[in-house]
Design a protein around this ligand. Structure first.
Ligand SMILES: NC(=O)C1=CN([C@@H]2O[C@H](COP(=O)(O)OP(=O)(O)OC[C@H]3O[C@@H](n4cnc5c(N)ncnc54)[C@H](OP(=O)(O)O)[C@@H]3O)[C@@H](O)[C@H]2O)C=CC1
Ligand SMILES: O=C(O)[C@@H]1CCC=N1
Length: 259
């Protein structure tokens, strides 16, 4: 496959980290940027070897794929301007916007692929790149940015979006835990390492040993008399996972209201 030229509509946070991840992973194809947010587009172009298009029409004429990354509330104003040819592909990062909704606006003959990588994608190896539906060409290119995870149904993909919210929640969780260690004498660098390093370590173990039950791992560590059990019993007594499950439910319900 020849490297596709990718045109980005929306040059905010999402596009910045996806483009950084693509370049970090070795994607050398042309990346064109909509001039809509000119300052952000020029900054991205200078940092990651992209080209700010003269106008959107020129970008649509030259791009093989259009990557849509405007905020959901900006979609209604953006969709009427998306004039794709049948051989072009629309790759959408817009949370909650279904393929049927996007095709209703741009034409049923246009292929649409949804993606949902998260904010860490340019900083870690093999960060998740959820996609739906499967597309070999898109997987090859976005596979340079991270680990492609393909879903069989759009409902499953929506659950991956709910999962992506976890990243934002975990940043906040880490910040709260870091403060506890800072107040007791660690430097901020040490607190970051102690908190994020242990969370990353446990997550890394969970990913590497997917055949293992994590309840069994936890029970094996938190044996009678351990410090781990002392804290874990308190977390269980306070039903610590409950608000996390409630937050997942809240996002899931909102998503179902949209679709
Ligand atoms: N941020 C994240 O971690 C994640 C985001 N996403 C999805 O990515 C999408 C973008 O989010 P994010 O990057 O955070 O948002 P940002 O607000 O940072 O970026 C959106 C950009 O699109 C621009 N824009 C608006 N309308 C148009 C248009 N018609 N043509 C060209 N550009 C336009 C906005 O301009 P202006 O500055 O004027 O508003 C803004 O610069 C969202 O739909 C979100 O669901 C998905 C996964 C994770
Ligand atoms: O919060 C959002 O709306 C997007 C979708 C998943 C992560 N960020």
């Amino acid at each position: 496959m020849n490297l596709p030229t990718i045109g980005f509509i929306g040059t905010g946070d999402f596009s910045a980290y996806l483009i950084a991840a693509l370049r970090r992973g070795g994607f050398g194809g042309r990346i064109l940027l909509s001039p809509y947010s000119r300052v952000k587009a020029e900054r991205l172009a200078a940092t990651h070897g992209c080209i700010v298009a003269e106008d959107d029409a020129r970008m649509f004429a030259e791009a093989d794929w259009i990557l849509l990354a405007v905020r959901p509330e900006q979609l209604a104003n953006t969709l009427p301007n998306l004039t794709l040819r049948p051989e072009q592909v629309l790759i959408s990062a817009v949370a909650g916007a279904t393929i049927a909704e996007l095709q209703a606006a741009i034409g049923k003959d246009i292929s649409v692929v949804r993606i949902m990588p998260s904010s860490y994608i340019d900083t870690i190896d093999r960060g998740l790149v959820p996609i739906y539906p499967a597309s070999d060409d898109v997987a090859v290119v976005l596979g340079t940015a991270g680990r492609i995870v393909t879903f069989e149904t759009e409902d499953q993909f929506e659950l991956a979006m709910v999962g992506a919210c976890l990243a934002g929640w975990i940043y906040s969780f880490i910040a709260t835990l870091e403060s506890w260690f800072l107040e007791r004498g660690l430097t901020s660098a040490q607190a970051r390492l102690v908190v994020a390093g242990n969370i990353a370590g446990a997550a890394g173990y969970a990913l590497a040993r997917e055949e293992v039950s994590l309840d069994i791992v936890s029970d094996g560590i938190a044996t009678e008399g351990t410090f781990t059990k002392l804290g874990l019993d308190h977390l269980a007594a306070r039903q610590a996972p409950l608000p996390w499950l409630e937050a997942l439910d809240i996002v899931f319900r909102r998503l179902n209201l949209l679709t």
